[in-house]
Design a protein around this ligand. Structure first.
Ligand code: OXD
Ligand code: MN
Length: 594
């Protein structure tokens, strides 16, 4: 099965790669090695094998052509943050918000587990590019894996195959990813990052971000480390283009913690009153951003597909996503209907009778368990997205006019706020938080701080990360404006004040108008707020009172907020730049709290 042509070509052109693969083969002892070329023939062959091995279930070819369902091990349904480690020689380089292990210890433990782990299995060599081909942003990774499910997902999520070997040429500069599902036992599960070696070793999980090493492991944790070293940013951000009826397009990068609707916002469908407006998706999860020769910030999406959360995705919340998962999609842990279509909670259609839950068990509507796992996913190619930006493959990326930080806050944070300047914008990002839900914690309204939505994804010390963000200002002649948004503020009865989804375009428009000096605003103690009448509210169903409440800045709430922000910085410790304390004290003074 080994593609000898590819192997010979690579061995001839890149001895770093062939030597490393040989070492890993020696360690893991697979029965065979398959070098993936990314061709359509290969894709078809691997889908067939995955079906034969019962890794994938083919879905109804009339209603879901090219679609498959994967049911993961029930002990392996999400990223394992507690088993994810940053393995730097110095513990302080990882910082107090990351799990840390010494590199020697991590390599030694994992080597023990990997020894002979692929006996009786196939090792797939998966070369991939993050970023548009021929882009100065692009980086190559090679993932060695024993999971055909991983290979097929990587084929959707990245530009995968010979194209990556061609881009690599004879260079030694590639991410070395080693992955084995082992026996999928949580006791033998670890996801270890070695930033100084540009390497990731992942064992014992076959799921999403634990196993598709291109995504959170390389494109965020390792890339954030590289970005700091090389003067750029790897961020947990969507990138969208907002096009006005006159054809002007502005690009926005936005960070939200998981489960705050990043995928929805990145492919938003405007409401009828915004006829002529369009939102184009450049990316839904990750942005790599560099300073261009013009002194502006330019961004690419390193990925080529979406690994989106299925539950809650509907024709109302995200019509483009519903369209894109109609074909050539791998579903993981959703429910299956009797005619082999998919279903999940919040899909906006009644569950048909005779459904099977995410573990393949018959499921009834009166069950107290969800049919689809709450973290069930779709993996779909970006080219399926009707709102895909025509600039998505642009080697230079797109120029970013505005950076947006958002969270889920029932109180305190107004609908939208513009920062006074770059440093205040960094402060807004660094203090971002989202409220936990009752389902997750038993306590509503507990704010989990998640700076720039990067807490689980920053490959180094958070305080140093803030300093890197502050330092970007000196590199940027024309920095983007920075904003904070909150779609989730509630009234006293617990109802959302702002309708959200497609209506969020009104806030995006205000942001772009501010960038272009077209919208009025006034200073509040905590940031710059929309002037009355500057937010376009044509055709929206919202009362004046609700809008006022959604925008309110209440000093008593902010007093508590600033104390909590200070507490969080104290936990990170002395690496937090003094500039951020200055920002907080300025806000305190502005609120006349002291
Ligand atoms: C994701 C996440 O899967 O942020 O993108 O958890
Ligand atoms: Mn994400």
């Amino acid at each position: 099965m080994t593609d000898m042509r590819v192997l010979r070509k690579t061995a001839a052109t890149n001895h770093f790669l062939s030597e490393w693969v040989a070492q890993m083969v020696h360690l893991t002892k697979p029965d065979q090695v398959v070098w993936c070329d990314g061709s359509e023939t290969e894709r078809q062959r691997l889908f067939k094998q995955a079906v034969a091995a019962r890794v994938l279930i083919p879905l109804n070819s009339a209603t879901r052509p090219g679609c498959y369902l994967h049911r993961s091990n029930p002990n392996d349904v999400a990223r394992s943050e507690d088993l994810t480690f940053i393995c730097t020689p110095n513990r302080d380089d990882a910082g107090p918000t990351n799990n840390w292990m010494a590199p020697d210890e991590a390599y030694q433990r994992l080597r023990g587990w990997f020894d002979g782990s692929m006996r009786g299995r196939t090792m797939y060599v998966v070369p991939y590019i993050l970023g548009p081909i021929d882009s100065p942003f692009a980086r190559v990774g090679i993932e060695l894996t024993d999971s055909v499910y991983v290979v097929l997902n990587m084929g959707i999520m990245t530009r995968m195959g010979t194209v990556a070997l061609d881009a690599l040429g004879s260079s030694d500069d590639f991410n070395r990813g080693l992955h084995s599902t082992l026996d999928c036992d949580p006791q033998r599960r670890l996801i270890c990052h070695f930033p100084q070696d540009n390497a990731v070793w992942s064992a014992g999980s076959g799921y999403g971000g634990n196993a598709l090493l291109s995504k959170k492991c390389f494109a965020l944790r390792i890339a954030s480390w590289l970005g700091r070293k090389e003067g750029w940013l790897a961020e947990h951000m969507l990138i969208l283009g907002l096009q006005s009826p006159s054809g002007e397009t502005s690009y926005i990068a936005a960070a939200f913690p998981s489960a705050c609707g990043k995928t929805n916002l990145s492919m938003l469908t405007p409401p009828p009153s915004f006829r002529g407006w369009r939102v184009f998706t450049v990316g839904d999860d990750i942005a790599w951003m560099r300073v261009g020769p013009d002194g502006r910030l330019w961004a690419v999406n390193p990925e080529a597909g979406y690994f989106g959360v299925a539950p809650g995705t509907s024709a109302h919340s995200n019509p483009n996503a519903m369209k894109m998962v109609e074909r050539d999609t791998i579903f993981t842990n959703v429910a299956m209907t009797p005619d082999r279509d998919v279903w999940w909670e919040g899909m906006g259609v009644e569950a048909p009778a005779g459904i099977f839950d995410w573990q393949g068990r018959p499921w009834r509507k009166d069950s107290d368990q969800p049919a689809a796992h709450p973290n069930s996913r779709f993996t779909t190619p970006m080219h399926n997205n009707p709102a895909l930006s025509p600039r998505v493959d642009s080697p230079q990326g797109v120029p970013i006019s505005a950076i947006v930080f958002g969270g889920r806050r029932a109180s305190t944070a107004p609908l939208v706020l513009e920062s006074f300047d770059w440093a205040h914008g960094v402060y807004l990002g660094a203090t971002m938080g989202s409220e936990t839900t009752a389902a997750a914690t038993g306590k509503v309204g507990i704010v989990r701080r998640d700076p720039m939505a990067m807490l689980p994804f920053c490959g180094y010390n958070m305080g140093d990360y803030f300093a890197h963000w502050l330092g970007m200002q000196s590199r940027l002649k024309h920095p983007p404006k920075v904003f904070m948004v909150n779609w989730f503020r509630k009234d006293r009865e617990g109802r959302f004040l702002w309708p959200g989804y497609g209506e969020n375009i009104r806030v995006l428009k205000w942001i772009v108008d501010r960038v272009n000096g077209r919208a009025g605003a006034h200073d509040s103690a905590v940031g710059v707020m929309p002037a009355e009448g500057s937010l376009d509210l044509t055709g929206i169903d919202i009362s004046n009172d609700s809008l006022k409440e959604a925008m309110a800045v209440k000093p008593q709430e902010w007093a508590v907020e600033l104390d909590l922000q200070e507490e969080f910085f104290t936990k990170i410790g002395e690496t937090v730049p003094a500039e951020l304390d200055v920002q907080r004290e300025a806000l305190r003074a502005g609120l006349e709290l002291d």
